[in-house]
Write a protein that binds this ligand. Structure first.
Ligand code: X2X
Length: 343
Protein backbone atom coordinates (compact mmCIF):
# COMPACT_ATOMS: atom_id res chain seq x y z
CA UNK A 1 0.00 0.00 0.00
CA UNK A 2 2.68 2.36 1.07
CA UNK A 3 4.71 1.52 -2.02
CA UNK A 4 1.77 2.09 -4.33
CA UNK A 5 1.12 5.51 -2.83
CA UNK A 6 4.74 6.40 -3.25
CA UNK A 7 4.66 5.29 -6.88
CA UNK A 8 1.53 7.34 -7.52
CA UNK A 9 3.09 10.42 -6.00
CA UNK A 10 6.15 9.84 -8.15
CA UNK A 11 4.19 9.52 -11.39
CA UNK A 12 2.17 12.60 -10.56
CA UNK A 13 5.30 14.64 -10.01
CA UNK A 14 6.85 13.36 -13.27
CA UNK A 15 3.67 14.40 -15.11
CA UNK A 16 3.78 17.79 -13.40
CA UNK A 17 7.38 18.35 -14.47
CA UNK A 18 6.58 17.34 -18.08
CA UNK A 19 3.57 19.67 -18.14
CA UNK A 20 5.37 22.56 -16.58
CA UNK A 21 8.34 22.30 -18.95
CA UNK A 22 6.00 22.25 -21.97
CA UNK A 23 4.12 25.22 -20.53
CA UNK A 24 7.40 26.96 -19.80
CA UNK A 25 8.53 26.38 -23.35
CA UNK A 26 5.30 27.89 -24.64
CA UNK A 27 5.54 30.90 -22.30
CA UNK A 28 8.99 31.53 -23.61
CA UNK A 29 7.88 31.56 -27.22
CA UNK A 30 9.70 28.46 -28.29
CA UNK A 31 9.19 27.91 -32.00
CA UNK A 32 7.35 24.78 -33.09
CA UNK A 33 10.33 24.03 -35.32
CA UNK A 34 13.92 25.24 -35.70
CA UNK A 35 15.53 25.42 -39.14
CA UNK A 36 18.97 23.82 -39.37
CA UNK A 37 21.10 24.41 -42.48
CA UNK A 38 23.67 22.05 -44.03
CA UNK A 39 25.25 21.93 -47.50
CA UNK A 40 25.01 18.23 -48.29
CA UNK A 41 22.29 15.79 -47.23
CA UNK A 42 22.03 13.29 -44.38
CA UNK A 43 23.69 10.50 -46.38
CA UNK A 44 27.03 12.23 -45.89
CA UNK A 45 28.96 12.24 -42.58
CA UNK A 46 28.30 16.00 -42.34
CA UNK A 47 24.54 15.48 -42.66
CA UNK A 48 24.63 12.53 -40.31
CA UNK A 49 26.21 14.79 -37.69
CA UNK A 50 23.29 17.20 -38.08
CA UNK A 51 20.82 14.32 -37.86
CA UNK A 52 22.39 12.94 -34.68
CA UNK A 53 22.36 16.41 -33.11
CA UNK A 54 18.68 16.91 -33.99
CA UNK A 55 17.70 13.50 -32.66
CA UNK A 56 19.59 13.96 -29.39
CA UNK A 57 18.08 17.40 -28.84
CA UNK A 58 14.55 16.20 -29.48
CA UNK A 59 14.98 13.24 -27.16
CA UNK A 60 16.73 15.08 -24.35
CA UNK A 61 14.37 18.09 -24.40
CA UNK A 62 11.39 15.74 -24.58
CA UNK A 63 10.24 17.44 -27.74
CA UNK A 64 10.54 21.04 -26.53
CA UNK A 65 13.06 21.70 -29.28
CA UNK A 66 12.28 20.24 -32.70
CA UNK A 67 14.84 20.69 -35.43
CA UNK A 68 14.14 20.41 -39.13
CA UNK A 69 17.13 19.86 -41.38
CA UNK A 70 17.42 21.87 -44.61
CA UNK A 71 20.08 20.29 -46.86
CA UNK A 72 21.54 21.90 -49.98
CA UNK A 73 21.84 25.24 -48.11
CA UNK A 74 18.31 25.68 -49.44
CA UNK A 75 17.51 28.47 -46.97
CA UNK A 76 19.97 30.66 -48.92
CA UNK A 77 19.12 29.16 -52.33
CA UNK A 78 22.26 27.05 -52.31
CA UNK A 79 24.53 30.05 -51.95
CA UNK A 80 26.66 28.56 -49.20
CA UNK A 81 28.94 31.56 -48.69
CA UNK A 82 25.86 33.52 -47.56
CA UNK A 83 24.95 30.96 -44.91
CA UNK A 84 26.76 32.63 -42.01
CA UNK A 85 25.09 36.00 -42.67
CA UNK A 86 21.71 34.28 -42.80
CA UNK A 87 22.34 32.62 -39.43
CA UNK A 88 23.36 35.95 -37.96
CA UNK A 89 20.21 37.59 -39.35
CA UNK A 90 17.92 34.86 -38.08
CA UNK A 91 16.91 33.50 -41.48
CA UNK A 92 18.54 30.29 -40.31
CA UNK A 93 18.16 29.18 -36.67
CA UNK A 94 20.92 26.58 -36.47
CA UNK A 95 23.59 25.08 -38.70
CA UNK A 96 26.40 22.63 -39.03
CA UNK A 97 28.61 24.64 -41.35
CA UNK A 98 32.02 24.48 -42.97
CA UNK A 99 34.73 26.94 -42.00
CA UNK A 100 35.34 27.42 -45.74
CA UNK A 101 31.81 28.70 -46.35
CA UNK A 102 31.95 31.09 -43.40
CA UNK A 103 35.45 32.42 -44.07
CA UNK A 104 34.17 35.35 -46.20
CA UNK A 105 32.52 36.71 -43.00
CA UNK A 106 34.95 35.45 -40.32
CA UNK A 107 38.27 35.81 -42.09
CA UNK A 108 40.28 33.99 -39.39
CA UNK A 109 38.44 30.77 -40.34
CA UNK A 110 40.69 30.81 -43.41
CA UNK A 111 43.37 29.34 -41.17
CA UNK A 112 42.21 25.79 -41.98
CA UNK A 113 42.52 26.57 -45.71
CA UNK A 114 46.17 27.59 -45.49
CA UNK A 115 47.92 25.19 -47.86
CA UNK A 116 49.67 22.29 -46.12
CA UNK A 117 49.34 23.72 -42.60
CA UNK A 118 47.91 20.54 -41.03
CA UNK A 119 49.88 17.38 -41.92
CA UNK A 120 47.66 14.90 -40.08
CA UNK A 121 44.53 14.43 -37.96
CA UNK A 122 46.51 15.05 -34.77
CA UNK A 123 47.33 18.51 -36.15
CA UNK A 124 43.67 19.20 -36.94
CA UNK A 125 42.71 18.09 -33.43
CA UNK A 126 45.45 20.21 -31.86
CA UNK A 127 44.00 23.29 -33.55
CA UNK A 128 40.27 22.86 -33.03
CA UNK A 129 40.55 21.46 -29.51
CA UNK A 130 43.23 23.94 -28.44
CA UNK A 131 43.86 27.65 -28.15
CA UNK A 132 43.16 28.31 -31.86
CA UNK A 133 39.74 26.69 -31.68
CA UNK A 134 38.96 28.69 -28.56
CA UNK A 135 39.93 31.98 -30.19
CA UNK A 136 37.90 31.18 -33.31
CA UNK A 137 34.85 30.43 -31.17
CA UNK A 138 35.26 33.83 -29.52
CA UNK A 139 35.33 35.46 -32.97
CA UNK A 140 32.26 33.56 -34.18
CA UNK A 141 30.45 34.58 -31.00
CA UNK A 142 31.49 38.20 -31.49
CA UNK A 143 30.03 38.00 -35.00
CA UNK A 144 26.66 37.18 -33.39
CA UNK A 145 26.47 33.39 -33.70
CA UNK A 146 26.79 30.90 -30.83
CA UNK A 147 29.33 28.13 -31.57
CA UNK A 148 28.97 24.87 -29.64
CA UNK A 149 31.17 22.13 -31.09
CA UNK A 150 33.73 21.29 -33.78
CA UNK A 151 33.00 18.60 -36.36
CA UNK A 152 34.80 17.76 -39.57
CA UNK A 153 34.16 17.68 -43.30
CA UNK A 154 37.62 16.25 -43.94
CA UNK A 155 40.89 16.43 -45.82
CA UNK A 156 40.19 17.81 -49.26
CA UNK A 157 41.58 15.81 -52.17
CA UNK A 158 41.88 16.82 -55.79
CA UNK A 159 39.97 15.20 -58.65
CA UNK A 160 39.91 15.90 -62.38
CA UNK A 161 38.81 14.46 -65.68
CA UNK A 162 42.05 15.05 -67.65
CA UNK A 163 45.09 13.22 -66.31
CA UNK A 164 46.90 12.24 -63.11
CA UNK A 165 48.30 15.12 -61.07
CA UNK A 166 51.60 14.42 -59.32
CA UNK A 167 53.23 17.85 -59.61
CA UNK A 168 51.99 21.46 -59.80
CA UNK A 169 52.90 21.51 -63.48
CA UNK A 170 50.19 18.90 -64.16
CA UNK A 171 47.60 21.48 -63.08
CA UNK A 172 48.60 24.04 -65.68
CA UNK A 173 45.53 25.70 -67.22
CA UNK A 174 43.19 23.21 -65.58
CA UNK A 175 39.77 24.69 -64.86
CA UNK A 176 39.04 23.80 -61.23
CA UNK A 177 35.96 24.58 -59.20
CA UNK A 178 36.58 26.11 -55.75
CA UNK A 179 34.43 27.73 -53.08
CA UNK A 180 35.03 30.06 -50.16
CA UNK A 181 37.26 33.07 -49.82
CA UNK A 182 39.86 34.49 -52.26
CA UNK A 183 42.47 32.31 -50.51
CA UNK A 184 41.35 29.43 -52.75
CA UNK A 185 41.79 31.55 -55.86
CA UNK A 186 45.29 32.48 -54.70
CA UNK A 187 46.28 28.87 -53.99
CA UNK A 188 45.10 27.45 -57.30
CA UNK A 189 46.44 30.39 -59.30
CA UNK A 190 49.86 29.85 -57.68
CA UNK A 191 49.66 26.21 -58.73
CA UNK A 192 49.12 27.27 -62.35
CA UNK A 193 45.47 26.21 -62.51
CA UNK A 194 42.48 28.28 -63.56
CA UNK A 195 40.20 28.36 -60.48
CA UNK A 196 36.50 29.13 -60.85
CA UNK A 197 34.42 30.01 -57.81
CA UNK A 198 30.96 28.44 -57.63
CA UNK A 199 28.57 26.89 -55.13
CA UNK A 200 28.38 23.12 -54.65
CA UNK A 201 24.93 23.16 -56.25
CA UNK A 202 26.40 24.65 -59.43
CA UNK A 203 29.59 22.58 -59.29
CA UNK A 204 27.94 19.22 -59.91
CA UNK A 205 26.30 20.13 -63.25
CA UNK A 206 29.49 22.02 -64.23
CA UNK A 207 31.52 18.85 -63.66
CA UNK A 208 28.98 16.74 -65.54
CA UNK A 209 28.96 19.04 -68.58
CA UNK A 210 32.73 19.44 -68.58
CA UNK A 211 32.44 23.19 -68.00
CA UNK A 212 35.10 22.60 -65.33
CA UNK A 213 37.80 19.93 -65.36
CA UNK A 214 38.03 19.21 -61.66
CA UNK A 215 37.34 20.05 -58.05
CA UNK A 216 38.60 19.46 -54.51
CA UNK A 217 36.52 17.91 -51.72
CA UNK A 218 36.80 15.29 -48.98
CA UNK A 219 36.54 11.70 -50.23
CA UNK A 220 33.20 11.24 -48.45
CA UNK A 221 31.76 13.99 -50.66
CA UNK A 222 33.52 12.74 -53.81
CA UNK A 223 32.19 9.24 -53.26
CA UNK A 224 28.75 10.18 -51.89
CA UNK A 225 28.17 12.43 -54.91
CA UNK A 226 29.50 9.71 -57.23
CA UNK A 227 31.86 12.09 -58.98
CA UNK A 228 33.47 9.10 -60.73
CA UNK A 229 30.24 9.00 -62.78
CA UNK A 230 30.84 12.51 -64.15
CA UNK A 231 34.28 11.80 -65.54
CA UNK A 232 36.30 12.60 -62.41
CA UNK A 233 38.61 9.61 -62.95
CA UNK A 234 41.85 11.03 -61.56
CA UNK A 235 42.22 11.54 -57.84
CA UNK A 236 45.25 12.98 -56.07
CA UNK A 237 45.58 12.46 -52.32
CA UNK A 238 47.51 15.53 -51.24
CA UNK A 239 45.89 16.44 -47.88
CA UNK A 240 46.46 20.11 -48.61
CA UNK A 241 43.69 21.45 -46.34
CA UNK A 242 41.02 20.09 -44.02
CA UNK A 243 37.75 21.85 -43.31
CA UNK A 244 36.27 21.52 -39.86
CA UNK A 245 32.55 21.98 -39.31
CA UNK A 246 31.00 24.10 -36.59
CA UNK A 247 27.73 23.35 -34.80
CA UNK A 248 26.03 26.71 -34.14
CA UNK A 249 22.83 28.44 -33.04
CA UNK A 250 21.57 31.94 -33.85
CA UNK A 251 22.10 34.18 -30.81
CA UNK A 252 18.47 35.28 -30.31
CA UNK A 253 17.26 31.71 -30.55
CA UNK A 254 19.90 30.67 -28.04
CA UNK A 255 18.81 33.41 -25.63
CA UNK A 256 15.15 32.40 -25.98
CA UNK A 257 15.86 28.97 -24.49
CA UNK A 258 15.97 28.12 -20.81
CA UNK A 259 19.38 27.57 -19.29
CA UNK A 260 18.59 23.88 -18.91
CA UNK A 261 17.72 23.57 -22.61
CA UNK A 262 20.84 25.47 -23.67
CA UNK A 263 22.95 23.02 -21.73
CA UNK A 264 21.13 20.11 -23.37
CA UNK A 265 21.66 21.57 -26.86
CA UNK A 266 25.34 22.24 -26.15
CA UNK A 267 26.01 18.75 -24.80
CA UNK A 268 24.08 17.19 -27.69
CA UNK A 269 26.23 19.18 -30.14
CA UNK A 270 29.41 17.94 -28.47
CA UNK A 271 28.18 14.34 -28.49
CA UNK A 272 26.99 14.53 -32.11
CA UNK A 273 30.20 16.23 -33.28
CA UNK A 274 32.34 13.53 -31.71
CA UNK A 275 30.35 10.85 -33.52
CA UNK A 276 30.42 12.86 -36.75
CA UNK A 277 34.22 13.15 -36.70
CA UNK A 278 34.53 9.38 -36.26
CA UNK A 279 32.18 8.81 -39.23
CA UNK A 280 34.05 11.38 -41.36
CA UNK A 281 37.39 9.64 -40.75
CA UNK A 282 36.14 6.17 -41.61
CA UNK A 283 37.60 4.42 -44.64
CA UNK A 284 40.20 7.03 -45.54
CA UNK A 285 43.14 6.10 -43.31
CA UNK A 286 45.98 3.60 -43.89
CA UNK A 287 44.44 1.37 -41.18
CA UNK A 288 41.05 1.40 -42.88
CA UNK A 289 41.14 2.35 -46.56
CA UNK A 290 37.77 0.80 -47.46
CA UNK A 291 36.49 3.98 -49.07
CA UNK A 292 39.59 4.30 -51.25
CA UNK A 293 39.09 0.71 -52.39
CA UNK A 294 35.45 1.44 -53.20
CA UNK A 295 36.44 4.51 -55.22
CA UNK A 296 39.16 2.58 -57.08
CA UNK A 297 36.60 -0.09 -57.99
CA UNK A 298 34.92 2.51 -60.21
CA UNK A 299 37.99 2.75 -62.39
CA UNK A 300 39.45 5.79 -60.66
CA UNK A 301 43.22 6.25 -60.80
CA UNK A 302 44.33 7.24 -57.33
CA UNK A 303 47.65 9.05 -56.90
CA UNK A 304 49.50 9.37 -53.60
CA UNK A 305 52.40 11.81 -53.52
CA UNK A 306 56.00 10.92 -52.76
CA UNK A 307 57.67 13.21 -50.19
CA UNK A 308 59.46 15.02 -53.05
CA UNK A 309 56.23 15.59 -54.97
CA UNK A 310 54.52 16.80 -51.79
CA UNK A 311 57.36 19.27 -51.20
CA UNK A 312 56.96 20.66 -54.72
CA UNK A 313 53.34 21.61 -53.93
CA UNK A 314 54.35 23.12 -50.60
CA UNK A 315 57.06 25.20 -52.24
CA UNK A 316 54.81 26.65 -54.95
CA UNK A 317 52.10 27.59 -52.44
CA UNK A 318 54.48 29.05 -49.83
CA UNK A 319 53.95 32.68 -51.01
CA UNK A 320 50.18 32.19 -50.61
CA UNK A 321 50.76 30.84 -47.10
CA UNK A 322 52.92 33.87 -46.24
CA UNK A 323 50.43 36.37 -47.68
CA UNK A 324 47.48 34.85 -45.84
CA UNK A 325 49.40 34.50 -42.60
CA UNK A 326 49.41 38.30 -42.40
CA UNK A 327 45.74 38.56 -43.46
CA UNK A 328 44.53 35.98 -40.95
CA UNK A 329 46.76 37.28 -38.18
CA UNK A 330 50.41 36.43 -37.54
CA UNK A 331 49.76 35.68 -33.87
CA UNK A 332 46.98 33.20 -34.54
CA UNK A 333 48.96 31.40 -37.24
CA UNK A 334 52.08 31.27 -35.03
CA UNK A 335 49.94 29.81 -32.25
CA UNK A 336 48.69 27.18 -34.72
CA UNK A 337 52.22 26.33 -35.85
CA UNK A 338 53.34 25.98 -32.23
CA UNK A 339 50.38 23.76 -31.31
CA UNK A 340 51.00 21.57 -34.36
CA UNK A 341 54.66 21.21 -33.45
CA UNK A 342 53.74 20.16 -29.90
CA UNK A 343 50.90 17.85 -30.90
O1 X2X B 1 31.18 23.13 -51.54
C1 X2X B 1 31.97 22.31 -51.11
O2 X2X B 1 33.01 22.00 -51.70
C2 X2X B 1 31.69 21.66 -49.78
C3 X2X B 1 30.43 20.82 -49.91
O3 X2X B 1 32.74 20.85 -49.40
C4 X2X B 1 31.52 22.76 -48.79
O4 X2X B 1 30.44 23.16 -48.46
C5 X2X B 1 32.74 23.42 -48.27
Amino acid sequence: MKLRALFKAFSLSVAAIACSSAAYAQDNNYKPEYKLSIVVNTQFPWGQGAQIWSDLVKERTEGRINIKIYPGTSLVQGDQTREFTAIRQGLIDMAVGSTINWSPQVSQLNIFSMPFLMPDYAAVDALVQGEVGKQLFTLIEKAGVVPLAWGENGYRQLSNSKHPITLPNDMKGMKLRVVGSPLYLDTFTALGANPVQMSWADAQPALASGAVDGQENPLSIYQGSKLYNVGQKYLTLWNYVNDPLVFVVNKNIWNSWTEQDREIVRQAALDAAKQEIAIARKGVTPEDDSMLKEIASHGVEITSLTPEQHDAFVKVTQPVFDKWKVRIGTELVDQALKDIENR
